[in-house]
Design a protein around this ligand. Structure first.
Ligand SMILES: [Zn+2]
Length: 170
């Protein structure tokens, strides 16, 4: 050490390896991605409590949704038509939907941690301007278009995703 060096180095020397003539050091990093449920928190929280929450636009000047109280499911926090804040509503039991269509999924998407193959169903509700997707409790049971279904909630060991609701035939 030269006499001019007064600052003391407190770190660990990097372990250098040479790759194709270039010095390389390993510098491990860990990342935590913070993903907020934001304004949609009531929906996901509701699933863990056995509640199905939807939203509706109450703006009487909303031309597309017409402020007519048609619900959005899955909910939107703000009206896609007039951008007003939506009002939260809890669907009352018995909750009954109708299988509108379905498809067999053989390769699940990222974040859909359920065994494949399974049947993804589209569920039609009265007074609802959307047709939400879901899956049957017995995901290998081939759905029947027009069949009535009711929700089953995963309140024990929830995944905190939209997989916390499945549907069973009535
Ligand atoms: Zn609106």
């Amino acid at each position: 050490m030269s006499e001019e060096q007064v600052v003391k180095y407190t770190g660990e020397p990097a372990k250098v390896k040479e790759v194709n003539g270039a010095w390389v050091i390993d510098f491990p990093r860990a990342f935590t991605h913070h993903h907020t449920y934001g304004k949609l928190t009531p929906y996901f929280k509701g699933l863990t409590e056995g509640k199905l929450m939807a939203t509706k636009c109450t703006n009487p000047k909303c031309n597309i949704s017409k402020g007519n109280g048609e619900m959005w499911l899955p909910p939107r926090a703000d009206c896609p038509d007039c951008y007003a804040a939506m009002e939260w509503i809890e669907l009352k039991q018995p909750i009954v939907g109708t299988i509108y269509s379905y498809t067999e999924v053989k390769r699940g998407g990222t974040g859909v941690e359920i065994e494949v193959p399974y049947y993804q169903i589209d569920i039609k509700f009265e007074n609802c301007c959307t047709i939400p997707k879901g899956y049957l409790c017995d995901s290998r049971d081939e759905p029947k278009i027009g069949a009535k279904v009711t929700p089953v909630f995963r309140t024990e060991n929830p995944s905190h995703t939209s997989l916390d609701i499945s549907w069973k035939s009535l």
